[in-house]
Design a protein around this ligand. Structure first.
Ligand SMILES: [Zn+2]
Length: 304
């Protein structure tokens, strides 16, 4: 596979990605609802099986012009968008990393994250069926694709790896970095969730977010996981403020300017507002993975 032209490899990766995107749509719909992944795709409205030739990614959706061929109800353009997204993701991974295990690792990571972002957006659920296998897959990849930022581990604990009967140092360090990344991500979110519960008396962050960050940490290591947490928190807070302002200004209109009444009413709405925090964490995990190292370099250069 090494003598294949990069452009040709990217086109093949794109087509493979479309097929995986089509499978991901099935996962996004069925996993949070506890349904089996086996069985033919069906129209979400009339439950009729989708005809095989309409199952072709993106093209199929265009052929039926976004409408079920049986009941004529609209089928969301999102199915085609998810397929195209995964196609582009696979192609970009191959263009950046070539036909390598690194490309496979980040294609798998992106695939899982896109799936989780959409299930969290739809139903505020991050299914264990995605996060837990994702966590294990992340740990396994750490043996073959070194997780970054192992320098301080080498200095601190590298000594212990000298006792092993074979050269286990590099993969062992990488696994340790992945485990530490997972621990940092999971414990931070768990702690924030607990603090939130004590202050406001309601569940702010579920265990789904904790498991999501364990998976992110296993793939990205400590440094990029911390970056994900920082960016995710900032984005989540901004979205929270935006939601508050939107609800409040709508209430002000409804109560024709009586701001005290509007505020009381808005507070009621916001008390039950649950933010899909996994959406922000997931998107920021991808941003950190693709741009994090460049951002760190740029930030450090400011102080030189
Ligand atoms: Zn239908």
């Amino acid at each position: 596979m090494t003598d294949i032209a990069p452009e040709a490899a990217a086109v093949l990766a794109f087509i493979l990605g479309l097929a995986f995107g089509s499978f991901l749509n099935v996962c996004i719909y069925r996993l949070p609802r506890g349904k089996s992944l086996l069985g033919r795709s069906r129209c979400p409205n009339c439950d009729q099986p989708v005809r095989p030739y309409f199952n072709v990614p993106v093209v199929g959706w265009m052929m039926i012009r976004g409408k079920c061929s049986e009941c004529r109800n609209p089928i969301s353009v999102r199915y085609a968008i998810v397929e195209a997204l995964i196609g582009v993701l696979f192609a970009v991974c191959v263009l950046k990393y070539g036909v390598t295990l690194v490309a496979v690792k980040f294609a798998v990571f992106g695939f899982l994250i896109v799936g989780l972002v959409f299930t969290d957006y739809d139903l505020h659920l991050l299914p264990d069926a995605m996060t837990l296998p994702g966590f294990v897959i992340g740990l396994i990849f750490s043996f073959f694709v070194p997780v970054g930022g192992t320098g301080f581990l080498e200095r601190r604990w590298g000594y212990w790896f000298e006792f092993l009967p074979f050269d286990y140092r590099a993969p062992g360090m990488s696994l340790l970095a992945a485990v530490l990344g997972a621990a940092v991500g999971a414990f931070f979110i768990w702690g924030v969730g607990e603090a939130y519960k004590r202050v406001r008396g309601i569940e702010g962050m579920g265990l789904g977010d904790v498991k999501l960050m364990a998976m992110v940490g296993a793939f990205l290591g400590v440094k990029l996981t911390v970056l994900t947490l920082v960016f995710g928190s900032v984005a989540g807070s901004l979205a929270g403020v935006a939601a508050m302002v939107t609800v409040f200004s709508k209430r002000v209109q409804r109560y024709s300017g009586q701001s005290a009444r509007a505020w009381a009413s808005a507070k009621l709405v916001l008390r039950h507002y649950e933010m899909p925090f996994g959406v922000f964490l997931g998107v920021m995990a991808l941003v950190s993975q693709w741009y994090g190292d460049r951002m760190f370099a740029w930030y450090l250069a400011l102080y030189q």
